[in-house]
Design a protein. Structure first.
Length: 174
């Protein structure tokens, strides 16, 4: 029995792949550069603060926050420690579950997000949204949804999952 023939990318597929990889490689650096320059934050730190700013009581269980930021608990714990040291977050034990810890956005952390968001949004608009026509925005959303369905079958990183977890009392904080 012979091995199945290798399936190769067509020239158009290869072109799309190489462009996609270039964006995947360059966009995080562009976001980090702007956030470091303007706010002294990494994109992951900003994402952590932003997730908490949208959560009820500005608090989430560390496990929920890790899932929503696609981070391991050790990575998230390291970042939360830095943000606690800067006064942007607090760690609080879960009142109903002694095994769980909540990350809580402080007033200083909320102020940091409020000050930082306009520059971050301007970068997202300039680098991701503005190069597209109005008709291409829903196409981009559809393309990303299809890729997410393959890469994230549990749906942890989908827009609906993030939104629902921020309002779901079982996953937010204790």
């Amino acid at each position: 029995m012979s091995a199945p023939e290798t399936r190769w990318l067509t020239p158009d597929q290869l072109d799309a792949w190489l462009r996609f990889i270039a964006v995947v490689e360059l966009l995080p650096g562009a976001l980090d550069t702007q956030l470091q320059r303007d706010a002294g934050l990494t994109h992951f730190e900003y994402l952590t603060l932003a997730m908490l700013s949208e959560a009820p009581d500005r608090a989430l269980r560390m496990t929920t926050l890790a899932a929503r930021t696609n981070a391991t608990l050790p990575r998230l714990s390291h970042v939360v420690t830095r943000l606690v040291a800067r006064g942007y977050l607090e760690r609080r034990p879960c009142a109903s579950d002694g095994r769980a810890t909540n990350a809580v956005l402080t007033d200083a952390g909320l102020q940091k997000i409020v000050e930082t968001a306009p520059g971050h949004v301007a970068t997202v608009l300039a680098d991701v949204i503005d190069p597209l026509d109005a008709e291409q925005i829903p196409q981009l959303a559809d393309i990303m949804s299809r890729m997410l369905a393959r890469l994230d079958p549990e749906g942890r990183m989908t827009v609906d999952a993030v939104r629902s977890s921020l309002g779901d009392p079982d996953t937010r904080s204790c």
